[in-house]
Design a protein. Sequence first.
Length: 79
Amino acid sequence: MKKFFMLFIVAVLAMVMVACGSSIPKEEETTGSQKESEDTSAVAETEELTITHELDKTIVKKNPEKVIVFDFGTLDSLE
C-alpha cells in the first residue's frame, strides 16, 4: 500500500512539474531568439577580451550573458 501511495505522489508531482513548464507560444519564442541573436552578433564583434594564461590564450566576451561558478565565494564577489 505504501509503495502504491508513494508511486501515486511521485506521478502527481511529475505532472505538476510538466504543467508548470514554459508556456511561450513558438511564434514569440522564435521571434525573440532572432532579435537576441542579431543584437549579440553586433556586440560580439566589437567587445572581446583576450586572456593569457598558463596553457594558452582565451578570447572572451566582455559582457557575457551566462556565467558558470564552481565556488559560492566567487559568486558572492561577482554580485
